[in-house]
Design a protein around this ligand. Structure first.
Ligand SMILES: CC(C)(COP(=O)(O)OP(=O)(O)OC[C@H]1O[C@@H](n2cnc3c(N)ncnc32)[C@H](O)[C@@H]1OP(=O)(O)O)[C@@H](O)C(=O)NCCC(=O)NCCS
Length: 185
């Protein structure tokens, strides 16, 4: 969804720009995803699984543009100058009549920007966007050891609906449960 760029202020007093991204931001977004996925094990992929070659960029351009052109989905990023430092995705779970009321979100903020309130700003934005788009249920998955994200989601009114034991298996063999959460809008 195309959204107007707007200035936001972090808890650190720093000014940022928040806007929806499209094909033109594919390289910036992959660089962001690489770092966030490399910093912690909380994202779906390892950093080295986030490709950044020409083909990967082309694929990402198509994916971002199709989300941008869809009035019920968005990839909204916070920029520090030209760098994406945080992002939230709101995606449809189903397009058919039985599930079109449900959306899912994915969230990340670069490590050096944690604690400035950017995750909260992105979540609040996603909830407003989803309500305006007509969704009545927002869903997400979070690892059981992701204390900070769990705290943020509970603060935003999400409740747990279940846990998949061993949803993630790390390279070193560690198994981590994946918690499902939802919020009625
Ligand atoms: C989770 C994440 C998005 C939070 O981003 P952030 O910009 O640091 O978040 P904010 O500063 O807006 O909010 C922090 C909130 O987290 C919660 N929180 C922070 N530390 C916490 C802790 N030790 N225990 C419990 N909750 C905590 C609080 O609710 C806090 O809000 P408050 O400051 O109003 O009390 C960020 O840590 C991140 O990107 N982590 C790596 C990727 C990731 O885990 N993504 C989510 C995958 S499900």
């Amino acid at each position: 969804m195309k959204e107007q760029a707007r200035e936001i202020t972090g808890k650190d007093g720093q000014k940022y720009t928040m806007k929806s991204i499209n094909a033109a931001n594919a390289e910036q977004f992959l660089d962001f995803m690489y770092q966030v996925s490399d910093d912690t094990h909380f994202m779906t992929r390892y950093g080295d699984e986030v490709g950044q070659n020409e083909n990967d960029i082309e694929e990402e351009e198509k994916r971002l543009q199709s989300l941008y052109d869809d009035s019920r989905q968005t990839m909204t990023s916070i920029f520090d100058n030209e760098k994406i430092v945080g992002n939230i995705a709101v995606r449809s779970i189903g397009k058919g009549r039985k599930t079109k009321h449900r959306c899912e979100i994915g969230l990340g903020v670069r490590k050096e920007y944690h604690g400035a309130g950017l995750g909260t700003i992105l979540m609040e934005h996603a909830v407003d966007f989803a309500k305006n788009a007509g969704y009545t249920c927002m869903e997400l998955e979070v690892l059981e050891d992701n204390t900070k994200a769990l705290g943020l989601y509970k603060k935003m009114g999400f409740v747990e609906s279940g846990k998949l034991p061993g949803g993630f298996k790390l390279d070193d063999g560690t198994s981590i449960g994946e918690i499902s959460m939802y919020k009625l809008l």
